[in-house]
Design a protein around this ligand. Sequence first.
Ligand SMILES: [Zn+2]
Length: 241
Amino acid sequence: VKITVLGSGSGRGDAMRNASAYWLESREATWLIDAGDGVLKQVLSLKLDLHRLDGVLITHTHPDHVSGLFFLLQAIKLAGRSRPLEIHMPAPALAVWPEMLRWFQLNPASWPFTIKTEALYSGIVVKRSDLQFTALANTHLPKDGSSPQSFSLRMDENSGGRLLYSSDVADLGHLHGAANGVTLFLSEAAHVAPETALSFARQHNIKQLVYTHISTSFPLLPAHDAAVEIITAHDGVCLSC
Ligand SMILES: [Zn+2]
């Protein structure tokens, strides 16, 4: 699968980075993971084909992961889409989805394509001919009682690519059960110490570790390791696994 990092920034905002968004293309499917600020501009400037997009997976609804979604939907509608679009999101977000659309004065009932919404849960959430996504509920900010749940995602491609995306997570311990056979670990670097992500990758024999969701919380990221190839993501970088 080819992964284009559209936004490698974190919740603090960054003059040089858009917020979280990742464009995944397999031979037969195209999915967007998260839709933070700047996602539409990135899709247009990188000349990605919005008509190819099958669906969107929203890991949680903090603004740095979702604030670009509604502008993206408006652009998809104006581009003349006719086939359905899937959007998967945590259940508490799905409960207020109609109100969010109204807040943005978007009325998909009048659009020429349907939006099929689904609640995320821990398990296989998307299964297509050549890939599947598995979601894993995690605790993102355990000290914040009002914090929404977030999900990490694993993608398995039939041709062998195995991606693990932490999204925002307080404790990588949640992901041990999902790391088997993973070839690329896309790890956030704002709530988890980069060294912890590196030892996680070593422990699970993951060949590539990509730091993303870059924050000033951890200004110095490990750059070299004998066993793991380390990449620090920047906006527009293409990865494959
Ligand atoms: Zn975030």
